[in-house]
Design a protein around this ligand. Structure first.
Ligand SMILES: *[C@@H]1O[C@H](CO)[C@@H](O)[C@H](O)[C@H]1NC(C)=O
Ligand SMILES: *[C@@H]1O[C@H](CO)[C@@H](O)[C@H](O)[C@H]1NC(C)=O
Ligand SMILES: *[C@@H]1O[C@H](CO)[C@@H](O)[C@H](O)[C@H]1NC(C)=O
Ligand SMILES: *[C@@H]1O[C@H](CO)[C@@H](O)[C@H](O)[C@H]1NC(C)=O
Ligand SMILES: *[C@@H]1O[C@H](CO)[C@@H](O)[C@H](O)[C@H]1NC(C)=O
Ligand SMILES: *[C@@H]1O[C@H](CO)[C@@H](O)[C@H](O)[C@H]1NC(C)=O
Ligand SMILES: *[C@@H]1O[C@H](CO)[C@@H](O)[C@H](O)[C@H]1NC(C)=O
Ligand SMILES: *[C@@H]1O[C@H](CO)[C@@H](O)[C@H](O)[C@H]1NC(C)=O
Ligand SMILES: *[C@@H]1O[C@H](CO)[C@@H](O)[C@H](O)[C@H]1NC(C)=O
Ligand SMILES: *[C@@H]1O[C@H](CO)[C@@H](O)[C@H](O)[C@H]1NC(C)=O
Ligand SMILES: *[C@@H]1O[C@H](CO)[C@@H](O)[C@H](O)[C@H]1NC(C)=O
Ligand SMILES: *[C@@H]1O[C@H](CO)[C@@H](O)[C@H](O)[C@H]1NC(C)=O
Length: 774
């Protein structure tokens, strides 16, 4: 049968269409297959991200897959932030319509498959933050349409291929944070469309190729941490669009060009820290009117800081740390006058330079946004301006190691956002009373809810006491009052600073013992109490704290040196200059302890919590010979002890309470013995008194924090101590009718351990309360 010509044409068209459809279907099925292959290489899919990749849905509707509207071919594969583990299938290279592959933030490993080079329609390839290894895969010229290539945060190695051709249209290129070597390939200069180039953190080595001067559209260049050598790349000043210049942590040297900023009106970030640049900071930087960040820290720059900060209204971060910047006269801090008018400055650090002069009071009209003020290690003198209290945004003040004199302005107490205060190594002096100065501002600091606090007042000439308010600084991590003239006992309240890691009180006149309550400071790592007047025993709880360093040298500590924990490591501890210490591990070469308990087979010396109650049964815890002595110890009662054995071992004793009416005295006595404090202890001056002190400790559940550390040791029944404090409190009530009568006291005393009380309670006339050493 003959077909008409028109029918022939129709048939040809039909056949062509069929072929076209078949090819389309085949191609589509190759996309389908490729996706299934990609899924099959994923070994772990923690969020079930690929669960939808099954036959119940057409693949164009699978999660992360986008298809072209007409041909139903995959154009976008976006599987970012899915935590996928596995490798990347080479079948990816079959999805020939792919324009965008975004697989950021997964755990994909292995090579980037070279088959990806077949994807000539690719515009975006983004594999940020995976575990890809091997070399950067392909000849980039196979991607004529590529505009965005980001492989940062992987483990790629080898050289960056030197095959960038001028035909490429890439405008974003990042290989930052990989393990690449072999320098920056000069052919990158061919990428004239490039706006962003990040090759930081690669240790590439070599110098910055001059060809980069062709990158006329470059806005951001990041080449930090690459061990680059050579002079400052002056040709960068041909790059008129430059906004970010980031070259920190290289070995670049020579002076900074004097025309800095003259042809880069849009420079907002200059980051040149940690190189070897020398010479002066170019005054022309004043012309970068859009500058936000100027960081030239840790270089060899010198001379006066001659920038007109008044013109840099957007400056928020100024880091000139660790150079040789100097100022010649006392007025040199006048640069602060021009800074004062700022509204955007958040961080200023001029530390470790050769700056002299006096801080002007105009410091106080710095930006209220100022969070960090760093000027440590200079020669700045005069007083700290009280206007510093106006800078309410401050979180960190580091002005130690200068030549500041006079007192610490109490306006510092207004800085309620302060987390770190370093005033160490100056000539600050003056008494710091509990209040209204240090106490108040410590109290005020405690209002903050911030992460960490450093309080460093070391190496000044400050005196006074370490106030109880210190306990309000719940987040305190480091307290350094070393090398001053503080004279006080350690406040028990410090035990509430449970974040404390470092405590340095070395070189003061602190005295007394280390409170037992400090056993709560489990985070302590560095404790230096050397060169003070501490006494008493070294607390055994220190063995349980994972200390790295403990210096107790040059005090009056006495008795056994513990042997466990930090005490087992001679390089971690120092106890020299305490003539009354004994024992410890042999390497310390201390004398053997002479008491019977020094024998290593026996238990270490301890203070027994034996409570001896001598009960006088005849009105005539006055003749002792007649007193019936009972002892309570860990639940046992021994009614037949001789009085002489009690008196011999007594370390704290009190005359018997002579009449039943004097139960108040008995209560106070009991509390005194339990807390180791006298009712007239300075800590109670104008305060609540021993009774209220103990009562509130009971109410707050902090009894063990107020108990004399000597009474607390490993074998103590804490419940007995709490009961005894309770009895002391009940006996010492102000109002007569609230006080216990003596019969009840005896009953309670025995009830804390055992019975027997009934037998004697009614006959009691007086009580002797004694604690003694075993
Ligand atoms: C297949 O994908 C659909 C759509 O997401 C889903 O509802 C279904 O549970 C999946 N089936 C399997 C067996 O995972
Ligand atoms: C797709 O790619 C794989 C591996 O790269 C290859 O083995 C396969 O033949 C290709 N073609 C199709 C249609 O899947
Ligand atoms: C690319 O740059 C390199 C080195 O800068 C040069 O030798 C080469 O001719 C350039 N190639 C193309 C295709 O532009
Ligand atoms: C700022 O630039 C102008 C020219 O635009 C120049 O005359 C002036 O000296 C520059 N300022 C500084 C401090 O270099
Ligand atoms: C601060 O600003 C005021 C008012 O804008 C101006 O008069 C003064 O000169 C400025 N001071 C400095 C040091 O730039
Ligand atoms: C800056 O502070 C000084 C001294 O406190 C004050 O006299 C001056 O008026 C302040 N200047 C501005 C611009 O606030
Ligand atoms: C530090 O101040 C003291 C007096 O307060 C002075 O004698 C000394 O010269 C100053 N040192 C420096 C380096 O400014
Ligand atoms: C401490 O804070 C209180 C309440 O915010 C404030 O009134 C007081 O002035 C501050 N003390 C000091 C010394 O700044
Ligand atoms: C240290 O302070 C005391 C008073 O507390 C004072 O007598 C002494 O002169 C001060 N020493 C120095 C070096 O400032
Ligand atoms: C404590 O401070 C002194 C003097 O400031 C210092 O020499 C010592 O190293 C410090 N100790 C610790 C443990 O930091
Ligand atoms: C040290 O404490 C003892 C008592 O424990 C006291 O006699 C002595 O005066 C104190 N020394 C100093 C320098 O404070
Ligand atoms: C302990 O402190 C003393 C006196 O402050 C010091 O001489 C000694 O070096 C310190 N020991 C250690 C191990 O740091």
């Amino acid at each position: 049968m003959l077909l008409s010509s028109s029918s022939k044409l129709e048939a040809v068209i039909v056949v062509a269409l069929v072929i076209h459809m078949m090819i389309g279907a085949l191609s589509r099925s190759s996309d389908h297959l490729a996706l299934l292959e990609i899924k099959s290489k994923i070994t772990h899919d923690p969020h079930g991200a690929l669960a939808s990749w099954n036959d119940s849905l057409p693949f164009c509707q699978w999660r992360g897959v986008t298809c072209g509207r007409r041909n139903r071919r995959v154009t976008i594969l976006n599987l970012q932030d899915m935590g996928l583990v596995g490798s990347l299938s080479p079948y990816l290279g079959n999805m020939s319509f792919l324009g965008n592959i975004t697989l950021n933030n997964n755990l994909l490993h292995g090579r980037i498959p070279p088959e990806i080079g077949r994807l000539y329609r690719l515009q975006v390839l983004s594999l940020i933050n995976n575990l890809f290894t091997g070399e950067i895969p392909v000849n980039m010229s196979s991607w004529p349409k590529l505009s965005y290539l980001n492989l940062e945060f992987n483990k790629l190695s080898g050289k960056i291929p030197n095959t960038f051709s001028s035909k490429l249209m890439i405008n974003f290129l990042s290989f930052a944070k990989n393990d690449l070597t072999g320098g920056i390939p000069p052919s990158i200069g061919n990428l004239t469309s490039l706006e962003t180039l990040f090759l930081s953190f690669c240790r590439l080595g070599g110098s910055i190729p001059g060809s980069l001067n062709q990158l006329k559209n470059l806005r951001e260049i990041g080449l930090g941490e690459n061990d680059l050598v050579g002079a400052f790349p002056s040709f960068l000043f041909n790059l008129l669009m430059l906004q970010l210049l980031n070259l920190p942590e290289n070995q670049l040297q020579g002076s900074l060009p004097s025309n800095f900023c003259l042809s880069q009106p849009h420079l907002t970030k200059i980051e040149l820290g940690m190189n070897h640049f020398n010479g002066f900071l170019p005054p022309s930087i004043s012309n970068c009117s859009e500058l936000e960040i100027l960081d030239v820290s840790t270089n060899d720059l010198k001379g006066e800081i001659a920038i007109d900060f008044g013109r840099l209204q957007h400056l928020s971060l100024l880091y000139l740390v660790a150079n040789y910047f100097e100022s010649k006269d006392l007025d040199a801090m006048k640069i602060f006058h021009s800074l004062s008018n700022y509204s955007n400055l958040k961080n200023i650090d001029l530390s470790s330079n050769l700056l002299r002069g006096v801080l002007p009071n105009s410091l106080g009209n710095f930006s209220s946004k100022l969070a960090y003020l760093g000027m440590h290690s200079n020669y700045i003198s005069g007083s700290i301006p009280s206007s510093i209290g106006n800078l309410l945004g401050l979180t960190s003040v580091s002005i130690g190691q200068n030549n500041f004199t006079c007192i610490i302005p109490d306006s510092i107490g207004k800085l309620q956002n302060l987390q770190q205060l370093y005033l160490d190594t100056n000539h600050l002096s003056g008494v710091i009373p509990t209040s209204p100065l240090l106490g108040v501002y410590l109290g005020n600091l405690s209002l903050l809810s911030s992460l960490s606090i450093v309080l460093d007042l070391s190496q000044n000439n400050l005196s006074g006491v370490l106030p109880q308010e210190i306990g309000n600084l719940k987040l305190l991590e480091s307290l350094d009052f070393s090398m001053n003239r503080f004279t006080s006992e350690l406040p028990s309240s410090l035990s509430r600073c449970i974040s404390l890691q470092k405590l340095n009180l070395s070189g003061n006149f602190f005295y007394g013992s280390m409170p037992e309550s400090y056993s709560s400071l489990k985070g302590l790592k560095y404790v230096d109490l050397s060169r003070n007047n501490f006494s008493g025993h070294i607390p055994t709880y220190l063995q349980q704290i994972p200390l790295i360093h403990l210096n107790l040298s040059y005090n009056n500590f006495e008795g056994d040196v513990p042997v466990k924990g930090v005490f087992a490591n001679t390089s971690a501890i120092s106890v020299v200059g305490n003539p009354r210490l004994c024992g410890g591990i042999p390497e310390l070469h201390l004398p053997k302890c002479t008491s019977k308990t020094s024998d290593s087979k026996r238990r270490t010396r301890k203070l027994s919590i034996r409570v001896v109650v001598a009960i006088s049964l005849s009105s005539t815890i006055a003749d002792f010979g007649l007193a019936k002595i009972l002892s309570l110890e860990e639940g046992s009662i021994n009614a037949n002890m001789s009085s002489s054995s009690v008196i011999r071992g007594t370390i704290g004793y009190a005359p018997p309470v002579s009449t039943s009416g004097d139960i108040y005295s008995y209560g106070i006595l009991l509390l005194k013995m339990l807390t180791g404090k006298k009712p007239i202890d300075p800590m109670f001056e104008g305060g609540p008194g021993l009774h209220s002190y103990a009562r509130s400790a009971l109410a707050d559940g902090f009894v063990l924090h107020i108990v004399d550390p000597m009474l607390l040791n490993e074998d103590v029944n804490e419940q007995i101590l709490i009961s005894l404090v309770n009895i002391g409190v009940q006996c010492s009530c102000e109002s007569l009718q609230d006080r216990m009568d003596i019969g009840t006291v005896v009953h309670e005393l025995f009830a804390t351990t055992d019975s027997l009380a009934h037998a004697v309670a009614d006959e009691v006339d007086g009580i002797l309360f004694a604690l003694f050493e075993e």
